[in-house]
Write a protein that binds this ligand. Structure first.
Ligand code: ZN
Length: 185
């Protein structure tokens, strides 16, 4: 287990699509070690989600975990640690909601992104068991952000109004105080 370097925007691996993990790989030492590395790396960076391509592994694997006391994204509720393997996302409500997102691969920036407010996800967990969940609000945005990484997409691609892109310090000083939108990783 190890804290892995996080690739930053500009690294070509962040722009590639990830392959599915095979049934034989799920539960293997290789994949379990990668999951542990993702968790440690996410915690070390105070992130609330991370996807395997962010550490240079082009497989469909993401971990999400956050609590209301996360230092980067306070007061956004709790989501227990969940491992998503080969996720398939379906939009249940096309109406969009806006959150100020950030990304461990795009340090020091926040941008306002509008995404569908309610989604469903089919996925496998670290044991290979299949699950279905429905998410709305902030969690729905986090899921879409993380799964975008598996398609080589960064949140910054989805910032429609580039006046709504800011450095974190300026975001906190000038924007958060005015409109307490949420944020993501
Ligand atoms: Zn990200």
């Amino acid at each position: 287990m190890a804290i892995r370097p996080i690739l930053r925007m500009g690294h070509p691996l962040l722009r590639q699509s990830s392959r599915e993990l095979t049934p034989a790989e799920i539960g293997s030492d290789m994949v379990n070690t990668l999951i542990q590395d993702l968790v440690e790396t996410m915690h070390a960076a105070s992130g609330l989600g991370i996807a395997a391509p962010q550490v240079g592994e082009l497989v469909q694997l993401s971990v999400i975990e956050f609590t209301g006391d996360n230092s980067r994204y306070p007061n956004m509720g709790d989501q227990k640690r969940t491992v998503f393997i080969n996720p398939r996302l379906q939009v249940l409500e096309a109406e969009v909601q806006g959150f100020w997102e950030g990304c461990l691969s795009v340090p020091d920036l926040r941008g306002l992104v509008f995404r569908p407010k309610k989604v469903a996800v089919d996925y496998l967990d670290e044991k290979g068991l299949s699950h279905y969940l429905v998410a709305e609000g902030f969690f729905a945005t986090v899921l879409q952000h993380e799964f975008d990484h598996l398609d080589g997409v960064l949140y910054i691609d989805r910032v429609q109004d580039r006046t709504q892109l800011a450095f974190v310090d300026e975001y906190k000083e000038f924007i958060l105080a005015q409109q307490p939108h949420g944020e993501v990783d």
